[in-house]
Design a binder for this molecule. Structure first.
Ligand code: P6P
Length: 336
């Protein structure tokens, strides 16, 4: 594959299409439109808060337009842009309880898009990086219209996954199973340019990332694991970092190494499996982590092997540097 730092993401995707003889261009069309949606979301995120300065009052701005919450805006933007391109048979969003059908007036396609439109959106008000996470499966049902069976596929069947992170710069990180590649949006030009080619996650990190306020609600084995990461006996020692925005915590560990943990919470019987969602958060990031030489586990088994049962099912998540996540599994099994 002829790639070069600075090449556009569109050229990068087309290179992969050229390599794939049976590629029809459908996937390229899908990803290209998702990128347009992300650019629109990025622009809105980057001017968040300006509404207060420009006198947007309450739910309406000075033009009397409805001011949408950014996660609603992001969700609507993706639905509106992706519905008419004829590449999807259905969508599923973290923001929507049920499957999102493609309107009958639009042609259907052979892919399914599952996404979290704006993960970490509660951090917008304090200017912390947030992101859009996406997962793409091939349609498996025989109907023209997508069904839940097309969505509830195990993570190892994903054809592509990745995220957009809206931070000090806007980046796109994605994989199609041939490595993980990062692109940075060039302001003023509006193009994502290849900035991080074939990202490889360090096998052992020096960062552990977990919300320790839940310490008393974890199992004893999880408590022992986190105490291990805090031990002065580690050479080199670990340090703690927790942004509270999954895409930010994951992206930092992807580049620098480390483990992010969101363990099961024994406190809430309704949420025994923690807070994060399998389909639109854990699975796509697990695919990226695996392709970058990392690993993602529930603490007991690979995230990518889970046979999904419902759209918004939650899972405990241990994700990042392979050796750190495997160590987590050994602690949670009681082996150490
Ligand atoms: P907690 C943001 O609300 C989010 O969904 C993820 O982005 C983040 O990792 C997690 O929740 C933070 O949750 O319980 O630590 O505030």
């Amino acid at each position: 594959m002829r790639t070069a730092i600075g090449m556009t993401v569109t050229e990068h995707i087309l290179e992969k299409q050229r390599e794939n003889p049976e590629a029809t261009g459908a996937f390229t069309r899908l990803l290209s439109e998702l990128i347009v949606a992300a650019k629109i979301i990025s622009r809105e995120v980057n001017k968040a808060g300006i509404a207060d300065i420009l006198g947007y009052a309450g739910r309406e701005n000075i033009q009397g337009e409805e001011v949408q919450k950014l996660d609603e805006f992001a969700n609507r933007t993706i639905i509106e842009r992706m519905s008419h391109i004829g590449q999807l048979c259905a969508m599923a969003s973290e923001e929507d309880a049920d499957l999102i059908e493609i309107p009958s007036k639009y042609p259907k396609g052979n892919y399914v898009l599952i996404y979290d439109p704006l993960d970490g959106s509660s951090n917008i008000d304090v200017n912390v990086s947030i992101g859009t996470i996406f997962s793409i499966h091939r349609k498996i049902s025989s109907d023209e219209d997508g069904t839940l069976s097309d969505v509830l596929q195990p993570g190892y069947k994903q054809v592509a996954a990745g995220y957009f992170i809206y931070g000090s710069s806007t980046m796109m990180v994605y994989t199609t199973g041939q490595g993980v590649h990062g692109f940075t949006l060039l302001p003023g030009v509006g193009e994502f340019l290849l900035s991080h080619e074939n990202i490889q996650m360090p096998q052992r990190g020096r960062i552990f990332s977990v919300n320790e306020s839940y310490y008393n609600y974890w199992s004893e084995n999880v408590q022992r694991l986190v105490n291990h990461f805090k031990s002065p006996d580690n050479k080199p020692a670990y340090t703690a970092r927790y942004v509270g925005s999954l895409v930010s915590d994951f992206h930092r560990n992807l580049l620098k190494g480390g483990i992010f943990m969101y363990p099961a919470d024994t406190r809430d019987p309704k949420k025994p499996h923690g807070k994060l969602r399998l389909m639109c958060e854990a699975n796509p990031l697990a695919f990226v982590a695996k392709e970058a030489g990392g690993y993602a586990s529930t603490g007991e088994k690979p995230i990518l092997d889970i046979e999904p049962e419902e759209l918004h099912q939650r899972v405990p998540l241990f994700i990042g540097s392979k050796e750190d996540v495997e160590l987590a599994e050994r602690y949670l099994s009681g082996e150490i």
